[in-house]
Design a protein around this ligand. Structure first.
Ligand code: NDP
Length: 599
């Protein structure tokens, strides 16, 4: 394959994409309902009995992950004591409560990924922290700000109804709670509704099975801290999926299983990880006042294809591609160079990067057919880029077999195992590394609807797509704050940056209201319209994603989704963070309308 011929690469990318395009898009996946609901049971915490709540709180936050923790922390630091987190898990941590699979680790540098490091005075132990340390940090934040107090665990909100007579929300849950709250924050996370691959016969399997977000250590042995999975020595295991989760847990399974089959539909791009511990002397030099904000700003600047940041503090695989694009854009060009040349530079930088990633496969994987099948033929940001130093090497073990489905997916599941191209692979256990819902409607992923002013349901208000101000406020849903990435910075390489920034905005708005004695905050129609208009998709991203292999970044290749995670501020993430900082600190809160009395 001629890696230096761009036309050949373009044709190969297009043919690989065509193999994977399906009419059913997001509908190809199955929900964990009915007989599969048991796969969602919490293996990590016992549900304890408690009496239903019928009281009033100032703030209710739905979701105890990073969004709830950072918002709760900022509110508490602003003097709002009365914050109640409602969480479906048995503890705080969100993603990091659920994802305890072996090898789980953050792929974004700890210095910018772990929130509130400066406020908690914590030094991460590794450049890319492992899951137990991240979960511990979640609990550190909670302890520092008193967020465990009053939190309702193993509790799911079922209904939120605005009570205009008292300017408050009525919160109902699946534990028969019915309490009121002046403000409601929603931060359920972009990836929390586990999904199953829609494989015929999936209900027939007679062996053991589980989803990676509910790792069954009772079956595998071992623990999240890295103890070997010592009950798998005599087991044949199939793992379905080769996304970021599988890339991290496959090396652990490979070492432990009698036989491991890795069922692949699309290979991930797997770049170098280069793990290293954080040196306390180095950290002491870095951790001067304001350091984490400086790092966050520096990373977002380096992830942008425009501009010319003078240094790259994180300097890893994430910033590498943007750096290459900037390098090409800075090269001398003719006066007539236009938009097409910009696209060509972007593409050339990507070809170069992906060729290196494919070449790496050949240097690690010994079997030539396996190496060929592990190469990703698409542009790096079409799918979540992965980084790992042991994943590829796992395929050199005699007990590990890559079963590549050439883009078509597993053909069938039977009582005895999995079928690909007519061959049945008998297994004792199937592990679903099949990911989470992304492109579906937000209220479906929240798991509840909101009934706002005049009885309008949020699902109806957003039936043709989200409408917000700054991705935080929604007109007609007073005193509600969304904490997520869409419509704002939309900075997917470092999701926590979006969340910590939204938390600052919310704390500023709530404090302002308390200072002035306001009871309600809503959005003006004019502000909502103006914000929604400027969210017009970036033409470079649209052209790029349209040609991408299907995945959740491009709505499974179905064209733009009204619920897309990838719609953000028209000017890009660095400009959004600058804009919102000024908006917040001006104190004018333009676009919001406050009122003291019941309308
Ligand atoms: P993904 O959605 O990325 O992966 C799901 C996998 O299942 C894909 O390989 C998909 O193939 C495969 N699949 C789906 N249907 C079938 C089928 N019928 N037959 C065979 N294979 C199938 O889920 P993950 O849990 O891996 O990751 C989700 C996200 O979570 C990541 O993108 C990342 O944002 C985040 N994450 C972050 C981590 C970190 O920071 N370290 C670690 C892990 C996850 P195909 O590609 O063809 O659709």
């Amino acid at each position: 394959m001629a890696e230096d011929d761009n036309d050949v690469l373009r044709r190969r990318y297009a043919s690989e994409r065509a193999k994977r395009l399906r009419q059913d898009g997001n509908d190809q996946y199955g929900e964990l309902k009915g007989t599969f609901a048991r796969l969602l049971d919490d293996p990590y915490g016992e549900r304890t009995d408690r009496a239903p709540k019928h009281d009033h709180v100032t703030v209710t936050f739905v979701g105890g992950g990073f969004a709830g923790l950072v918002t709760g922390a900022r509110l508490k630091a602003s003097g709002i004591d009365d914050v109640r987190i409602v969480e479906k898990g048995g503890g705080l941590g969100g993603t990091w409560y659920w994802n305890r699979y072996p090898g789980a680790q953050c792929d974004t540098a700890s210095m910018i990924y772990l929130p509130l490091l400066e406020e908690t005075g914590y030094m991460p132990s590794e450049r890319y922290a492992h899951a137990p340390e991240i979960l511990e940090h979640c609990n550190r934040i909670a302890a520092r700000y008193g967020l465990h107090d009053g939190a309702l665990f193993h509790t799911e909100v079922t209904d939120l109804v605005w009570d205009p007579r008292h300017s408050r929300w009525i919160v109902r849950t699946n534990r028969n709670d019915e309490f009121t709250s002046q403000f409601v924050g929603i931060g359920t996370g972009p990836l929390h509704v586990a999904k199953l691959p829609g494989i015929p016969g999936i209900g027939e399997f007679a062996g053991h099975s589980f989803h990676t977000s509910r790792w069954d250590y009772a079956y595998t042995g071992g623990d999240p801290a890295g103890a070997p999975l010592d009950r798998l020595g005599d087991k044949r295991v199939a793992i379905i999926g080769t996304g970021a989760t599988a890339v991290q847990c496959v090396p652990h399974l490979a070492r432990a299983c009698g036989q491991l089959f890795v069922l692949q539909r699309t290979p991930s791009s797997v770049d170098v990880r280069a793990k290293q511990p954080i040196d306390s002397r180095w950290f002491a030099g870095v951790a001067t006042p304001g350091w984490q904000d400086r790092w966050l700003e520096n990373f977002v600047a380096n992830m942008s294809a425009a501009g010319s940041p003078s240094e790259d503090l994180v300097d890893d695989g994430w910033t590498d591609l943007a750096k290459r694009i900037r390098g090409r854009l800075a090269a001398p060009r003719s006066d007539s160079a236009g938009f097409q040349d910009l696209l060509a530079d972007f593409e050339a930088a990507d070809f170069e990067k992906m060729s290196e990633i494919r070449a790496r496969v050949d240097t690690v994987v010994k079997d030539r057919d396996t190496a060929a099948a592990l190469k990703a033929w698409y542009r790096q940001l079409c799918k979540r880029p992965c980084f790992h130093d042991e994943y590829l090497d796992a395929f050199n073990l005699p007990s590990v077999r890559l079963v590549d489905t050439d883009g078509s997916g597993v053909e069938q599941i039977t009582a005895a195992g999995v079928v690909v191209a007519g061959t049945q692979y008998q297994v004792d256990c199937i592990i679903y590394a099949s990911g989470f819902e992304v492109g579906t409607a937000p209220t479906r992923r929240y798991g509840f609807d909101l009934t706002g002013r005049d009885g309008v349901r949020l699902s109806e208000f957003w039936s043709s797509g989200m409408r917000t101000l700054h991705g935080i406020h929604v007109r007609g849903f007073p005193n509600v704050f969304l904490v997520q990435l869409g419509h704002g910075g939309n900075f997917i390489a470092n999701v926590p940056h979006n969340l910590t920034d939204a938390a600052k905005t919310i704390a500023a708005v709530v404090t302002h209201m308390q200072d002035k004695g306001y009871a309600q905050v809503d959005v003006t129609r004019q502000a909502e319209d103006a914000w929604t208009r400027q969210l017009a998709p970036n033409p470079v991203m649209t052209s790029f994603l349209t040609a991408c292999t299907p995945g959740y970044y491009n709505n499974e290749g179905q064209g733009p989704s009204p619920h897309s995670l990838l719609v953000g501020y028209g000017g890009g993430a660095p400009a959004y963070f600058r804009y919102i900082d000024q908006w917040r600190s001006s104190g004018a809160f333009e676009g919001l309308k406050f009122s003291t009395t019941v309308p």
